[in-house]
Design a protein around this ligand. Structure first.
Ligand SMILES: Nc1ncnc2c1ncn2[C@@H]1O[C@H](COP(=O)(O)OP(=O)(O)OP(=O)(O)O)[C@@H](O)[C@H]1O
Length: 777
C-alpha cells in the first residue's frame, strides 16, 4: 500500500469511528424512548380492564362499554405500533453501527463549486442536528450513481428531473465491527474485488442481500418505476432472485407511506425457497412481503373433496412413469391445458353457459331432494340473460336461502322433529331454557311455558339440521363445478384452436381422475378459472406489486389467470427458459417464451452474466444448453467439475469419500442432488448409516447446514457450496436437458458427478477439457 493509500485508509477509518460513535449516541437516545414506550405497553396491558368502564345493565350502557373498550384497544395498538417501529429502527441502527456504509462517491454537480461526498449504507443516518447526511440510504436517488457509473460524467434522476455532473471518485468498503477490512477505488466495473470477496465466501442456508455490489444491469431492474410489467430473462445465477428482493426493498422505500409489505406479493416455487429468501429484507431493515406458492394459492379455491396434485407429484409422474399407457395422452393434455387456446375455449364455453348448459346439484334434506337441480336450473335460466352469470348466481343464492327458510318453517311440525326431541340431551333443554329466559318469553302460566319450550326446541333441532344446507348455498356449492368442467371436454368444439388429436382420450383421462376425486395439477388453474367465471371473484386490490420468481414454470394460461386476479398490480416476472424443467419434459409453452402482454407497458431485461458458480463450473454448464455461449462467468477460479465412474456397488463409498474431501476443504453446505424423490430416499437410507445428513422433501421448510439429499426439482432457486450429482447417467432423455442444467448450476464452488452407466448423451457437446474424469469402478 502506498503512503497516500495508507493515509486515505486512516482518514476513512477515523470517519467510520466518528460515524459509529454518532450512531451509538442515537441508539442510546432511542433506547430510552423505547424503554418508556415498552413500559407504557406493559402498563396498558396490565391495567386494560381497570381503565374500561364495564356496565351492561341498559342498552345505552352496553354501547358505552363497547366504545370504552374500543378506545382503550386503539390506544394500546397505537403504542404497540410505535414500539414495533422503534424496535425496527434500533435494529437497523445496530446494523449500521457494525457496518455504517459500503460505498462512497464524490460527485460534483454541474454549476456547483463543492464536491458532494456521499457515503452509502443500508439506511440513511443524519448527524445529531439533523442537518447533514452522514450515511445515505442505498435507495436514495443520488445513490444510483454508485451503481450506474464509473468515475467520469454521470447523472441521476430525481423527481424534479435529471441532475448532471461528474463523479470524481468511487470507493468501496468492507467494514466489520466498525473496522475497515477492505477498501477499493473502482474503475470501470463496480466492485470486482468486492465481488470476489463476497462470492468467494461459503454458501449460506439463507440468501444474503447484495446492496453493496448490485451491478448496473441489475440496478435497472431494481429501480424501474416506469413500466407495469417487467420481464427478466436471466441465466442461472445471474441474480434474478436477488434483484427481485432488492427491488421489493426499493419499492418500500420509494413509495413509503403508500405501499407497505402487505401490498407486495411474491410467488415462489416451494416453501423451502420461501424460508431461503426470508432474511434478505429484514437484513435491510424492511419487513418481508407476502409470500405464497401458486399451488397454495389455488388450493384454497378447490373443494376439500378433491385430492389435488401438486407440481412435484406431476414432475415425479413425468420422470418415473414413462411406461404408463396413458403417459403420452397425459403429456398432450398438460401441453394443451397450459395454452391460451384452452383459455379461449373456456371463455367461449362460459359465453355458451350463459344461455344453456349449467349443471346444478340437488339440495337434499334427510336423503330426499328438497330443491331439485332441475328447479335450480329452471330458476337460473328464467332470469334475465343480460345479467352476468355471477350476478345471476347471487340471485339464485338469495332465492335458495328464501326457499330454505320457508322449508325450515314447514319442517318444524313434521313428525321426525318430535322424535328427535325425545333424544335431546339435558344441555339442549338448558339452552332452550336460557334462550327463553333471555327473550323474557316465560309467562306465569307454566303450561304455556312448556309449549313454548317445545316449540323453541323444535326450532333449534330443525335449524341445526338445515345448517349444512345453508352453508352449501352460501358457498355456491349448489353449482356442480366438476361436471360443468368435464362437460367442457365433451361438447362440440367449434372453431377450437390447436385441439390435440387425442382430445377424446384426454377427456377420458380427466374424467377418470375426477371420478376418483383426484385433480391433476394441469387442471387446477383452468378449473379455478372457470369457477371464477361462473361464481365471480373480487379481484384483489390490496396487492399492488406481484413478483413471480421461476416464471418459466408458469404456463401462459396460469399467467393470464394471475393477471386477471390482480388487475391493478404491477408485475415483475423473473425466470430462465433454460431452467424450465417442467415444460422441458412436457414441451408445453411457458409464460417466458410466450409472453401474454399484448398492449402492456412492458420492459424486458436479459441478464447474461452469472455470479454464483466458479468460472470452471460455468464453462462446463454453459455447453449444456443452446445459446449457452452467451453466458458470461464472473472471473472466480475453482476446480474443474469432476465425473466419477462408479458401479452400483462403489457408488455409496465414492460419495462418502467425496463428502469427506469436501468437508475437509471447508465446504459447509453440500447437496447430493438426486433425480427423483424416490432416488433421494434410497440415497438417504444408504448414506445415513455412514454419515450425518438431512433429507429434503417437498414439505421441508428450512434447509440446514451440512449435507442435504435433495430431489432435483426442489433444488431450484437455491445454491450450495458443493454439489454431488447422485447419478449423472440417469439424465439421458433430451427432455431432461433443462433439469440437468438446473441441478449442475446449483453449485458455487465444486461440482462432482457420479456416473453409474457412463457419460450422459446430454454431455456430448461439452468440450472434454472443461471437466475431469475419475475412475472408481
Ligand atoms: N450483484 C451481486 N453481488 C453479489 N452477489 C451477487 C450479485 N448478483 C448475484 N449474486 C449472487 O449470485 C448468486 C445467485 O443469485 P440469485 O440466486 O439471485 O440468482 P438467480 O438468477 O435467481 O439464480 P437461479 O435462476 O439459478 O436460481 C447468489 O449467491 C447471489 O448472492
Amino acid at each position: 500500500m502506498s503512503e497516500l493509500q495508507n493515509k486515505d485508509w486512516q482518514l476513512e477509518q477515523e470517519r467510520v469511528h466518528s460515524v459509529a460513535g454518532e450512531i451509538d449516541k442515537t441508539i442510546n437516545k432511542l433506547k430510552k424512548n423505547t424503554g418508556s414506550v415498552s413500559s407504557d405497553v406493559l402498563e396498558l396491558r396490565k391495567t386494560f380492564w381497570e381503565d374500561v368502564t364495564v356496565n351492561l345493565d341498559e342498552p345505552d350502557d352496553v354501547i358505552e362499554t363497547a366504545a370504552s373498550i374500543k378506545q382503550q384497544a386503539e390506544l394500546l395498538s397505537e403504542r404497540e405500533r410505535t414500539h414495533k417501529q422503534l424496535d425496527q429502527k434500533l435494529n437497523t441502527l445496530e446494523r449500521l453501527k457494525y457496518s455504517p456504509y459500503f460505498g462512497r462517491i464524490d460527485f460534483l454537480e454541474e454549476g456547483e463549486k463543492t464536491v458532494d461526498r456521499v457515503y452509502l449504507g443500508i439506511a440513511s443516518f443524519m448527524d445529531q442536528q439533523d442537518e447533514n447526511f452522514l450515511v445515505y440510504d442505498w435507495r436514495a436517488p443520488i445513490s444510483s450513481l454508485y451503481y450506474d457509473y464509473s468515475p467520469g460524467p454521470a447523472q441521476y434522476q430525481t423527481p424534479e428531473g435529471f441532475i448532471q455532473g461528474e463523479m470524481q471518485l468511487k470507493r468501496q468498503f468492507i467494514i466489520k465491527a466498525a473496522k475497515i477490512k477492505g477498501m477499493f477505488d473502482t474503475g470501470v466495473t463496480i466492485g470486482d474485488e468486492m465481488l470476489q470477496e463476497v462470492l468467494g465466501n461459503n454458501a449460506s442456508t439463507q440468501m444474503k442481500s447484495i446492496v453493496a455490489t448490485i451491478q448496473r444491469e441489475q440496478n435497472a431492474i431494481i429501480r424501474n418505476e416506469k413500466n407495469n410489467l417487467l420481464i427478466v430473462q436471466g441465466v442461472a445465477g445471474s441474480g434474478k432472485t436477488s434483484a427481485a428482493l432488492q427491488r421489493v426493498a426499493f419499492l418500500l422505500y420509494r413509495y413509503r407511506g403508500t405501499i407497505t409489505s402487505e401490498n407486495i406479493m411474491l410467488f415462489s416455487p416451494n416453501p423451502l425457497f420461501n424460508s431461503y429468501v426470508a432474511t434478505v429484507l429484514p437484513e435491510l431493515g424492511e419487513e418481508n412481503m407476502q409470500q405464497t406458492t401458486f399451488q397454495e394459492f389455488l388450493y384454497q379455491r378447490i373443494g376439500k373433496n378433491f385430492t389435488v396434485e401438486d407440481p412435484f407429484n406431476q414432475m415425479e409422474y413425468l420422470l418415473n412413469e414413462e411406461n404408463d399407457p396413458d403417459y403420452q395422452t397425459r403429456l398432450n393434455g398438460i401441453r394443451y391445458k397450459a395454452s391460451l387456446d384452452f383459455k379461449k375455449m373456456i371463455d367461449q364455453y362460459s359465453i355458451e353457459l350463459s344461455t344453456k348448459g349449467l349443471i346444478f346439484r340437488d339440495l337434499k334434506f334427510r336423503g330426499d331432494p328438497l330443491i331439485s337441480k332441475r328447479d335450480i336450473h329452471q330458476y337460473f335460466y328464467s332470469l334475465d340473460r343480460n345479467i352476468s352469470i355471477p350476478n345471476r348466481m347471487l340471485l339464485v343464492k338469495e332465492w335458495l336461502l328464501r326457499e330454505l327458510k320457508r322449508a325450515m318453517k314447514r319442517e318444524r311440525s313434521r313428525s321426525w322433529v318430535e322424535e328427535e326431541l325425545q333424544f335431546l340431551e339435558k344441555e339442549d333443554y338448558m339452552e332452550a331454557f336460557k334462550q327463553l329466559q333471555q327473550k323474557q318469553k316465560f309467562s306465569d302460566d307454566t303450561f304455556d311455558d312448556f309449549d313454548r319450550e317445545q316449540r323453541l326446541l323444535a326450532e333449534m333441532v330443525v335449524k341445526q339440521k338445515f345448517r349444512p344446507l345453508f352453508s352449501i348455498v352460501k358457498q355456491l356449492k349448489f353449482i356442480d363445478m366438476p361436471n360443468i368442467y368435464l362437460q367442457l371436454f365433451n361438447r362440440v368444439q367449434e372453431g377450437a384452436c390447436g385441439l390435440p388429436a387425442d382430445w377424446n382420450e384426454i377427456y377420458r383421462l380427466t374424467e377418470k381422475r375426477f371420478a376418483d376425486m383426484v385433480m391433476s395439477y394441469e387442471d387446477t388453474a383452468p378449473y379455478v378459472y372457470l369457477q371464477d367465471l361462473l361464481e365471480g371473484r373480487k379481484s384483489s386490490t390490496a396487492i399492488r406489486h406481484i413478483f413471480i420468481d421461476e416464471a418459466q414454470d408458469y404456463s401462459p394460461f396460469q399467467f393470464a389467470f394471475i393477471r386477471r386476479l390482480f388487475p391493478y398490480s404491477k408485475m415483475t416476472l423473473l425466470g430462465d427458459f433454460n431452467q424450465a424443467i417442467f415444460s422441458g419434459v412436457t414441451e408445453a409453452e411457458t409464460v417466458l417464451n410466450q409472453i401474454v402482454a399484448a398492449g402492456e407497458d412492458t420492459a424486458a431485461f436479459n441478464l447474461t452474466k452469472t455470479y454464483r458458480s466458479t468460472k470452471e463450473i460455468v464453462e462446463y454448464t454453459k455447453a449444456l444448453i443452446p445459446g449457452g455461449d452467451q453466458i458470461e462467468p464472473f472471473n472466480r477460479k475453482g476446480n474443474k467439475p469432476v465425473v466419477t465412474f462408479v458401479n452400483k456397488n462403489t457408488l455409496i463409498n465414492a460419495i462418502i469419500e467425496k463428502l469427506n474431501d469436501l468437508q475437509e476443504a471447508g465446504h459447509r453446505t453440500i447437496a447430493i442432488i438426486c433425480r427423483t424423490s424416490e432416488e433421494s430416499k434410497q440415497a438417504y437410507e444408504a448414506l445415513n448409516k455412514e454419515v450425518s445428513l438431512h433429507l429434503i422433501e417437498k414439505g421441508t421448510i428450512i434447509y440446514e447446514k451440512g449435507t442435504n439429499v435433495v430431489p432435483s426439482y426442489l433444488a431450484k432457486g437455491i445454491e450450495f457450496d458443493a454439489v454431488i450429482l447422485y447419478d449423472l447417467s440417469q439424465y439421458n432423455r433430451e427432455s431432461e436437458r433443462k433439469l440437468f442444467y438446473t441441478v449442475c448450476t446449483r453449485a458455487m464452488h465444486e461440482l462432482h458427478m457420479m456416473a453409474t452407466n457412463g457419460i450422459s448423451p446430454l454431455m456430448e457437446k461439452i468440450p472434454k477439457e472443461t471437466y475431469m474424469i475419475e475412475n472408481k469402478r
